[in-house]
Design a protein around this ligand. Structure first.
Ligand code: ADP
Ligand code: MG
Length: 227
């Protein structure tokens, strides 16, 4: 079953002689539960694509459907709710709130909505991520690998349809990168989470079920990975 589709997605930044076509009529379809990696050289348009898929920014042209919702047509308020509830975003530099402890950082999307999570679900995520003994710590009291696990926890708390991760291991050493990758794989298996993982590390990209290569804002290859 399809969960995400783009049609002729195009993003142009700037104009005149500073004009950059970051995405060039890119069409793609992803099924529910797929673990897809996106690989490509720096500047090929990977982050731009993720921002369009997550409703962080709007395309110049083209469509993005998430679970049959045309997200380009949503207004700002609808888009903010969509981002908080339907997609989990994970970035290279964690994007945690420095003044909130681990527990509150994980719960943030729900706190912003004035909602309370189910305790069992929260406990299960914390246990899976190995953060049981860090709930009262602040982000700057954690290692990079732990901070990224908090960010993964935050992205999972709403059980969103899709997790979008932009170079989540880009700032981590090999051991912590493997840990983060394992967590993403686990959430893919356990919660049937659809995952789109951007990386420029082919070794990591090959751990996905499917690898899409982007060049100059276009898909240059799209392959199933046999393991
Ligand atoms: P990647 O994530 O693959 O490294 P990006 O999607 O960040 O690539 O960038 C694709 C292209 O768009 C690059 O040429 C980049 O310089 C340009 N670009 C990205 N964001 C902006 C922006 N906000 N304004 C102008 N140009 C941008
Ligand atoms: Mg990028």
């Amino acid at each position: 079953m399809e969960i995400l589709r783009t049609e002729d997605l195009t993003k142009i930044y700037g104009k005149g002689n500073t004009k950059v076509t970051a995405l060039d009529n890119l069409s793609l379809s992803i099924n529910k539960g797929e673990f897809v990696s996106i690989i490509g050289a720096s500047g090929s348009g990977k982050s731009t694509l993720l921002h369009m898929l997550g409703g962080v920014d709007r395309p110049t042209k083209g469509k993005v459907y998430i679970e049959d919702t045309d997200i380009v047509s949503l207004n700002e308020t609808q888009l903010a709710l969509f981002r908080r509830r339907k997609v989990g975003l994970i970035y290279q530099f964690y994007n945690l709130i420095p003044t909130l402890n681990v527990e509150k950082n994980i719960l943030l999307p729900m706190l912003l909505d004035g909602r309370k999570p189910k305790k069992e679900h929260f406990d299960e995520i914390v246990k899976m991520l190995g953060l049981e003994n860090r709930l009262n710590h602040l982000p700057n009291q954690l290692s990079g690998g732990q901070q990224q696990r908090v960010a993964i926890g935050r992205s999972l708390i709403y059980q969103p349809s899709i997790i979008l991760a932009d170079e989540p291991t880009g700032n981590l050493d090999r051991k912590n990168s493997e840990g983060v990758l394992e967590m993403l794989k686990l959430s893919n298996k356990k919660y049937k989470q659809t995952i789109v993982l951007i990386t420029h590390d082919e070794k990591i990209a090959l751990e996905a079920d499917r690898m899409i290569t982007i060049e100059d804002g276009r898909i240059s290859s799209d392959e199933v990975i046999n393991k």
